[in-house]
Design a protein around this ligand. Structure first.
Ligand code: NAP
Length: 276
């Protein structure tokens, strides 16, 4: 079990990914973003999850350089956006992301959403980048089981990661079981459902019992489910709170109680019907 903030898990290609990272979606103010990322890095976070769509890759790169932390000790993820999918388009989009980051490789590159009729071509391009060694591991995001099965009918390399919406109201048990069988690591986006579960009674009971916050109970539940987490915050106190997860452990009964509040409820788009 994870014991400290920068513990890692090994992906199926042997690369280690931190179990806890910082998501930077909706970080739009440059100075605030810079301070948040540098604050997270100084607190021990080593994974930063960005995307071309977030329009802050340049600031991510800047924060990394200003932190003085050795590049090889960091894990940087970005993603190809929907309008850039296709073989040539994905290669171009990757180059642009890398240029904005001012880095010479990426640790993880993901297909952001499964754009029908395009994602297989995007994947072929991403496999090429992987074979060239310019990205150390590759994966997908918002892929359901049928998307993964379809992709794997022609993939040479199996995705190492699937990043999906995942929190106690959308526990994704079937998808997680499938990914476990396939050795595809699951990474949760909106891991605390953007704090929408703050009033949920079961989570509040556990928070009171362990003298933790609801966010910490949820994040600990993810870790004990072997899920990688990338909570976003621009506030240093919350960055600390979201990483202060290693002095308590949920029991099997607690885990079951959290599982029981699942509603299969998405707050984000459904990967089968998204339109952007
Ligand atoms: N692949 C995809 O399609 C996809 C989609 C969405 C997100 N993501 C990734 O996943 C990351 C995380 O998801 P998310 O940003 O949607 O949601 P999240 O991490 O579940 O929640 C972030 C929100 O909760 C607040 N917050 C953070 N810590 C808190 C705490 N301890 N107590 C109370 N409120 C807290 C933040 O506000 P403050 O910043 O004001 O603290 C922010 O509004 C994103 O940043 C992005 O990297 C990926």
């Amino acid at each position: 079990m994870i014991k400290k903030i920068n513990d890692t898990v090994q992906l199926h290609n042997g690369i280690h990914i931190p179990r806890l990272g910082l998501g930077v979606y909706k970080m739009t103010d440059d100075q605030e973003t810079l301070q948040a990322i540098k604050g997270a890095l100084s607190e021990g976070y080593r994974l930063i999850d960005t995307a071309a769509f977030y329009d802050n890759e340049a600031i991510v790169g800047e924060a990394v350089r200003q932190s003085g932390i050795n590049r090889k000790d960091l894990f940087i993820t970005s993603k190809v956006w929907n309008s850039d999918q296709g073989y040539d388009e994905t290669l171009r989009a990757f180059e642009q992301s890398l240029t904005k980051l001012k880095m010479d490789y990426m640790d993880l590159y993901l297909i952001h959403w499964p754009v029908a009729d395009k994602y297989k071509e995007s994947w072929r391009a991403i496999e090429r980048l992987y074979e060239e060694g310019i990205v150390k591991s590759i994966g997908v995001s918002n892929f359901k089981i049928h998307h993964l099965e379809d992709l794997m009918t022609q993939a040479n390399t199996k995705p190492m990661v699937n990043q999906v919406e995942l929190h106690p109201y959308l526990s994704q048990q079937e998808l997680r079981d499938y990914c476990n069988e396939q050795q595809i690591a699951v990474e949760a986006w909106s891991p605390i459902a953007r704090n929408r579960l703050a009033d949920e009674p079961v989570l509040n009971q556990l928070a009171n019992h362990y003298n933790k916050t609801v966010a910490q109970i949820i994040l600990r539940w993810h870790l004990q489910n072997d899920v990688i987490i990338i909570p976003k915050s621009v506030h240093l106190n919350r960055l600390k709170e979201n990483a202060d997860l290693f002095d308590f452990e949920l029991t099997a009964d607690d885990m079951a109680a959290v599982h029981a509040i699942n509603k299969n409820q998405r707050f984000g788009a459904d990967p089968d019907t998204f339109d952007f």
